[in-house]
Design a protein around this ligand. Structure first.
Ligand code: 3PG
Length: 402
């Protein structure tokens, strides 16, 4: 695909789709994690140093096609200005347009000078964004001469700003973050250094089944933890008490186990779990390893110590690691041990390519203080999952071929 580096940006209006869908405080005034903004800085720097007139557009939350101050991108302006000033070592002019299309947006973008930034208000304040309305896409396109997509996190959405707009511009290029994400992820999936180990967690089998299916064609070992492991345990006839279960997925779990065996992939499930007497941060807990009595009414909330040891060993021997999803109820500190230990194990393997995606595993890596040791932390949640499922991402497909 065409890259921003292939283009002459000087003195042109560059419309850059970014994913500034950042978590905000309850009242919407404060950014609680600015990773997604920081990760675009190299692309923004590139555009500004090459004298672009830079128009930034993003969605934030799901305001359902109507303006809603709770989802305004206004709080991003100051943060962006500070980050840019710091990153570039000089003051950058960052203006804000309270609407992403219309007269005001047009006028403000006309006033932009080379090396300046205009951030547009939330694209999803217009229903045309998610509906991928050609009229709306055309309005967005009318602001620019060049379109760049750096929003990997939104690349799985075929929306006006990620897909529709590309039909109304001469060139649609990938930004540096988009390129970086695609390079790491496709290298891991298409030509992984072996052994290739994937770690999957999260609550539901149904959320991850397509990822599992796709990865079974690629990995040497698949480690499954988190809530979805109990449906696999059930499929094997193991006692799971009141643990999370998708009863209608038991057959699918059986088929998946058989498929893994047929393909020669080692599919590893937890050999023990930390079980609790209730779903609460202060629950009583003990380890259950499949033998003996399962206390009535208890449920599994984390992987156990033997499983941590088993997974750690697999991870230590891997040359490529892809991790998506927590190993337990990570939001309760008492049941975050498995996820944290896995994060540390992934980080401790310094010779491998490690890729972490998905909100919870990313925050686990950050909380464990090992983010620096991970080769690539994806800014995409849904987008990285769909990539792992082997799906084509509309926002990537729409970019101009080189
Ligand atoms: C994300 O946070 O995964 C992306 O920004 C996409 O957001 P969406 O799921 O609301 O489309």
């Amino acid at each position: 695909k065409l890259s921003i580096r292939d283009l002459d940006l000087a003195h042109k209006h560059v419309f850059m789709r970014v994913d500034f869908n950042v978590p905000l405080s309850e009242d919407g005034s404060e950014i609680t994690d600015d990773t997604r903004i920081r990760e675009t800085l190299p692309t923004l720097e590139y555009a500004l140093r090459h004298k672009a007139k830079l128009i930034l557009a993003s969605h934030l939350g799901r305001p359902k096609g109507k303006p809603n101050s709770k989802y305004s991108l206004r709080p991003v302006v100051d943060r962006l200005r500070n980050l840019l000033d710091h990153h570039l070592g000089e003051q950058v002019n960052v203006a804000f347009s309270p609407d992403c299309v219309g007269e005001l947006a047009t006028e403000l973008s006309r006033q932009l000078e080379s090396g300046q930034v205009l951030l547009l208000e939330n694209l999803r304040f217009h229903a045309g964004e998610e509906a991928n309305d050609p009229k709306f896409a055309k309005q967005l396109a009318s602001l620019c001469e060049i379109y760049v997509n750096d929003a990997f996190g939104s690349a799985h959405r075929a929306h006006a700003s990620t897909e529709g707009i590309t039909h109304h511009v001469k060139v649609a290029a990938a930004g540096l973050l988009m390129e970086k994400e695609l390079t790491y992820m496709s290298k891991a999936l298409e030509e992984p250094a072996k052994p290739f180990v994937a770690i999957l967690g999260g609550a539901k089998v149904s959320d991850k089944i397509q990822v599992i299916d796709n990865l079974l064609n690629k990995v040497d070992a698949l480690l499954i933890g988190g809530g979805m492991a109990y449906t696999f345990h059930k499929a094997l006839g193991r006692e799971i008490g009141e643990s999370l279960l998708e009863a209608d997925k038991i057959e699918l779990a059986k088929e998946t186990l058989a498929k893994a065996e047929a393909k020669g992939v080692r599919l590893l499930l937890p050999v023990d779990n930390v079980i609790a007497d209730k779903f609460a941060p202060d629950a009583k807990s003990q380890v259950y390893d499949g033998s003996g009595e399962y206390p009535a009414g208890w449920m599994g909330l984390d992987i156990g110590p033997k499983t941590i040891e088993l997974f750690t060993k697999e991870v230590a021997d891997a040359s490529t690691i892809v991790w998506n999803g927590p190993m337990g109820v990570f939001e309760f500190p008492a049941f975050a041990v498995g996820t944290t230990k896995v994060a540390k194990a992934v980080a401790a393997n310094e010779d491998c390519i490690s890729i972490v995606g998905g909100g919870d595993s990313v925050s686990a890596v950050k909380k464990a203080g090992v983010a620096e040791q991970i080769t690539h932390i994806s800014t995409g949640g849904g987008a990285s999952l769909e990539f792992l499922e082997g799906k084509k991402l509309p926002g990537v497909e729409a970019l101009t071929e080189k």
